[in-house]
Write a new protein. Structure first.
Length: 501
């Protein structure tokens, strides 16, 4: 009964006309940026963070969440029709989706992708609704010792499961944490690393930093080879799959949904790992694996279901525990902080309309996406004909105005540009910016719980090993980092992501 009452609260919030409008706007933007390569949901949400300052918490989180899971839908359209994935996770869909389009079955592939995504998204949302309250109750039993270990697990596991060098990722986490120490010490009130500039007493602005390392840096990186389309789009004559194609898709959709739902809850899981794992599973269990890569419908249905389920269940750690599982969830946590709300288990009790409204809006948003994607296929493909360099001035101007409008401080614009150059430098050095953002957002929380636990234990560092929960979490973290550092596993991770990027 509690679940039904909570869902009723969520429907009351999500069906508000203003929230419905922002949900539609979010999934529409998500679809567009999923179609356009080189933009991505992280950069887009970074650009829109200043706008959420003027919206209510419900409207802002509903819109930003819609952008995230909407981008998973949009990325499949161009992956299938012109072999140009808008998202990394959609590169798996292109392996069999594009050969289907070349055989005249592109419409069927799009329909199966949309239906699988809708089914997976709906199930994942139900899973969030069922697990939310139990997980938040467990989290309320945690003290500072357990929270410190949980944050360490979340941050470093996300790093270990991401692609690229583990050493570089850890270095980026530490760098982000160091940037997070700038400002005022919450215990002593002393200024730290402000270099005599009182404007830094509140710390670096998270919006300017995120938009710089993702948005501006991405623009600089893409200017050299943007606006190129990999061939002409294939025309879609019919979007109705045959009975045989539907029957062959059912089992992969179910398996992809379950696999994506599981992997999405893990730190660093999300849509990319889910899509790759689903494709590998379908090919392994198939009686005719030689069909994969040549237009197998299972190679579209499984990964598309998995990446949408993974995208939505990645909300579980952030909403219930306050631990972002990836950089994009860290941005959503930042959006809550802008509204004066601390992500974590108390949100479900203190802000029930926000919490359940966001969950219910995912059902509504998934329904909107099915309607948006199939009839407007021609429009999405036409967007690819716009040269990227024509969009750059508008993106930079919007970013600068948005950052400046939040505090009316020129310093925020300087931070934006500085971190844009810094993010570009990181990309040239082969360093991922996502761990930097995770470290920046989670660093102050990590420091807070570390210092509080040491104060309560009179400076005893062994307090983290006396708690069974804390000890277990720290051992899991050490095990994950050790496995990720094994040469055979590390080289395999590198090979998989280099080939698919």
């Amino acid at each position: 009964m509690d679940l039904l009452a909570n869902l009723a609260t969520g429907f009351g919030a999500a069906l508000d006309p203003a929230n419905m409008m922002y949900c539609f706007l979010g999934v529409l933007l998500g679809t567009i940026i999923g179609v356009l390569p080189g933009v991505g949901p992280t950069a887009t949400i970074s650009m829109l963070l200043p706008v959420t300052y003027y919206l209510g918490p419900e409207a802002s989180l509903i819109m930003l969440a819609g952008i995230y899971y909407g981008s998973q839908y949009g990325g499949s359209t161009t992956a299938i029709l012109i072999n140009l994935p808008g998202e990394v996770s959609s590169s798996v869909t292109a392996l069999d989706g594009y050969p289907m389009a070349q055989k005249g079955r592109g419409g069927a592939a799009l329909a199966v992708a949309a239906l699988g995504s809708f089914a997976a998204g709906s199930f994942a949302t139900l899973l969030i609704a069922v697990l939310a309250v139990p997980l938040s109750r467990v989290a309320l039993q945690f003290g500072s010792t357990e929270y410190f270990a949980l944050i360490v697990l979340g941050v470093f596991t996300a790093t270990a499961l991401a692609h690229g060098s583990v050493i570089k990722a850890i270095a980026m986490i530490v760098t982000g944490m160091l940037f997070g120490t700038i400002g005022t010490d919450i215990y002593s009130g002393q200024y730290r690393f402000i270099f005599g500039d009182v404007r830094l007493t509140d710390g670096l602005p998270v919006v300017a930093l995120a938009l710089g390392v993702f948005g501006i840096a991405e623009i600089i990186r893409n200017l050299g080879d943007s606006g190129q389309v990999a061939g002409a789009a294939i025309k879609v004559k019919s979007i109705f799959p045959t009975k045989e194609e539907l029957m062959a898709s059912l089992a992969p959709i179910v398996r992809g949904t379950l696999l994506g739902s599981l992997l999405g809850t893990l730190p660093g899981g999300g849509s990319i790992l889910s899509a790759f794992s689903s494709y590998a599973l379908e090919k392994k269990i198939s009686k005719t694996p030689e069909r994969f890569g040549h237009g197998a419908i299972e190679g579209v249905a499984g990964p598309e279901s998995a990446n949408n389920a993974g995208a939505q269940t990645s909300f579980i750690p952030m909403l219930t525990l306050g631990i972002p599982s990836n950089a994009l969830m860290a941005l959503l946590a930042g959006a809550l902080m802008i509204q004066g709300i601390t992500p974590g288990p108390n949100v479900v009790h203190q802000q029930p309309a926000l919490f359940w409204g966001v969950i219910v809006s995912m059902w509504i948003g998934n329904a909107m996406l099915v309607v948006l994607n199939l009839p407007l296929v021609g429009l999405w493909v036409a967007l690819l004909k716009i040269p990227y360099h024509f969009m750059v001035p508008a993106i930079v101007a919007f970013s600068t105005i948005g950052v400046y409008s939040m505090t009316s401080q020129p310093l925020d614009v300087y931070v934006l540009m500085a971190f844009g150059l810094f993010g570009y430098l990181l990309s040239r050095l082969g360093c991922e910016p996502a761990p930097l953002l995770l470290g920046f957002v989670m660093g102050p929380l990590l420091e807070d719980h570390l210092r509080r636990a040491l104060v309560l234990s009179n400076g005893d560092f062994f307090v983290f090993f006396r708690s069974p929960i804390s000890l277990t979490l720290l051992l899991i973290t050490a095990g994950v980092l050790l496995l990720a550092s094994v040469p055979a596993i590390a080289s395999r991770r590198e090979k998989v992501f280099v080939e698919d990027d």
